[in-house]
Design a protein around this ligand. Structure first.
Ligand SMILES: Nc1nc2c(c(=O)[nH]1)N[C@H]1C(S)=C(S)[C@@H](COP(=O)(O)O)O[C@H]1N2
Ligand SMILES: [Mo]
Length: 261
């Protein structure tokens, strides 16, 4: 590690990744399959086991096949499902969550910490005041259902920029939630323009059952990566210290860490 990187007071400039640079970075992931693995590109679950190998293949193949269309497909309004389902936890019993819910989430706060320039905490209003993105996408649950919905929120990258930008050592964002679920995504998905912190569904506030007040939308991955009831975000160099160390609750229990659709 260079002296520059090891100096914790040094603040990295926010990373701005243009669509062009995003595209330019794609062949590197495809190359994973053809040229063997560079450790930096491996999902955190890789330890030589079969699940790990499958993760590399899914991630490499997904990013290679979609190299010329890095955005997940967006649909016309006419295709929005009349009732977007609720699935998994729909109202966390957690006392603090219930207190915030009773207060209309006015006291809800989202701390963004770890490898960012200036750790910061945002209210729901803070997020709503940032430039928003609305996208109509298909949610695909690994348990056999999918539905199209319109999500509104603020790009994760915008929020990270408001927290002083991402430090060069950061490799993953870890998301914590009110029901104890956690997941992580790598820098590719962190900077992806469709990765948003969503507070709106189909033109209204995000309903409780769908993760109020704010959930993650990571459109190139399936259901369980789209964590609901966000409580905090951490930028980290390694996911080893969280849960069982595989980078998410689902992968801790044997699902793939990279869940591309
Ligand atoms: N915090 C939290 N996030 C979660 C879940 C959950 O139980 N708790 N379920 C996951 C699964 S498996 C799916 S398919 C989607 C469901 O989102 P929905 O309830 O809006 O349909 O949320 C994901 N995120
Ligand atoms: Mo799911």
């Amino acid at each position: 590690m260079s002296a520059r990187q090891s100096d914790p007071t040094r603040i990295a400039p926010p990373r701005r990744i243009s669509r062009r640079r995003l595209l330019a970075s794609m062949p590197a992931f495809g190359g994973l399959l053809l040229t063997g693995c560079s450790r930096d590109l491996l999902p955190p679950t890789v330890r030589g086991g079969l699940v790990g190998a499958a993760d590399v293949l899914t991630m490499g193949t997904n990013r290679w096949l979609l190299a010329d269309q890095p955005l997940a497909r967006e649909y016309p309004r006419s295709e929005i499902a009349p009732d977007f389902p609720t699935w998994g936890q729909t109202n966390p019993p957690d006392e603090e969550y219930q207190r915030l819910l009773r207060g209309g989430f006015e006291e809800w706060r989202l701390p963004v910490s770890g490898l960012v320039g200036e750790p910061a905490t945002f209210s729901l209003d803070d997020l709503r005041r940032m430039p928003a993105r609305t996208q109509i996408t298909a949610h695909v649950c690994e348990q056999g259902w999918s539905a199209i919905a319109e999500w509104t929120g603020v790009p994760l990258l915008t929020v990270l920029e408001r927290a002083g930008g991402v430090r060069p050592e950061a490799r993953y964002a870890v998301f914590h939630t009110a029901d104890g679920w956690y997941e992580s995504i790598d820098m590719f998905d962190v900077v992806h323009p469709q990765t948003i912190l969503a507070y709106g569904l189909n033109g209204g506030d995000l309903p409780i059952g769908n993760g109020a007040p704010v959930r993650l939308r990571v459109e190139r991955q399936c259901g369980y990566k789209n964590v609901k009831f966000l409580t905090s975000i951490q930028m980290v160099a390694s996911v080893a210290g969280f849960g069982r160390g595989t980078g998410g609750l689902a992968s801790d229990f044997g699902f793939h860490w990279y869940a591309g659709v």
